[in-house]
Design a protein around this ligand. Structure first.
Ligand code: HEC
Length: 284
């Protein structure tokens, strides 16, 4: 008797109400699965994706953007990275390691994947404008034995402000905060910034014009990494414990991986081995 009872289980309500009705069951299944989908997908449309700008890092100027476009066109990223890793050798050679927030306005990122030449993330301000002018014209005249190609046409070609405005509009579309007023004022601003570089060059006996491609490229190279460096220094001054990983001795040692790398090696660093290498397979 008891066996028979076990073989015929009691009819439960969910069999009748849900499982026996194909349409209802399909509908409820869809609803339940959709909840998972909504939870996963909605944030992608509402949340701001990508790195948040580091306070103090601003989008490049119109002339610098023109230089950036030239940098991309000429494939400079094939030989140069723009990313300094938090390793002691890199800090010593290139300066502050790269923070995610420094790339917030970069479309596309120019991280690079090889270092046939040195990292350029913090090259801004490292050399005078005239250095870049000559180095781009003939790298070997500045760095003997350099394998970098010459880019002599940059000194002849002119930048068309209308192209730069189109570039600014494209950047604005993907979220870089250039306003319509910024874009309208671009040609005048480019002329102004170009003139100041032309004056710097003239002081070194070099004659050129503010609308040449080389002037835009110099503007871009001289901007690289400067905002980030200033922002990191400002953050360090504001809260010394969370500070920058300056390579100058005596800087506060931050916690985390960089701190670990720093500790123990300071003071007995084989400086004679620090790479003064200029070409070919410097840092991997
Ligand atoms: C074939 C690889 C190659 C390409 C392409 C290349 N470079 Fe270089 N670059 C080098 C090498 C190697 C050096 C180091 C020797 C020297 O100073 O010339 C260098 C050095 C530099 C330096 C000096 C960096 C420093 O800290 O001393 C700058 C600035 C630079 N390149 C900018 C550019 C720009 C801008 C472009 C694109 C227009 C470019 N390079 C394209 C290989 C390359």
């Amino acid at each position: 008797m008891s066996n028979e009872k076990q073989e015929q289980p009691k009819e439960r309500w969910h069999r009748r109400v849900v499982e026996a009705r194909l349409g209802t069951f399909a509908l409820l299944t869809t609803v339940v699965i959709s909840i998972g989908g909504i939870v996963e997908i909605t944030p992608m449309f509402t949340a701001k994706l990508g790195p948040q700008p580091l306070a103090g890092v601003k989008p490049v100027t119109a002339l610098e953007l023109a230089g950036r476009d030239i940098y991309i066109r000429e494939g400079c990223y094939v030989c140069h990275s723009q990313m300094i890793r938090p390793m002691r050798s890199e800090l010593l050679r290139f300066g502050e390691w790269s923070r995610a927030g420094e790339y917030a306005y970069e479309h596309p990122f120019l991280l690079g994947s090889r270092r046939i030449g040195p990292d350029l993330m913090r090259v801004g301000g490292k050399y005078p404008d005239a250095w870049h002018f000559e180095h781009m014209r003939d790298p070997r005249s500045i760095s003997p034995g350099s394998i970098m190609p010459a880019y002599a046409w940059l000194h002849r070609n002119r930048v068309d402000p209308a192209d730069v405005q189109a570039s600014l509009r494209a950047m604005a579309r993907v979220g870089v905060p250039y306003t319509a007023a910024d874009i309208a004022a671009a040609p005048a601003e480019m002329k102004q910034q170009g003139d100041s570089i032309v004056r710097n060059l003239a002081a070194m006996g070099i004659r050129t014009e503010p609308d040449r491609e080389i002037v835009a490229l110099i503007a871009y190279l001289q901007r690289l990494g400067r905002d980030g460096k200033a922002a990191i220094a400002a953050a360090a001054a504001a809260s010394p414990r969370a500070g920058a990983t300056s390579t100058a001795g005596g800087a506060p040692k931050p916690s985390g991986t960089v701190g670990q790398l720093d500790s123990g090696t300071s003071g007995r660093l084989p400086l004679s081995h620090s790479p003064a290498v200029h070409e070919g397979g410097g840092a991997p």
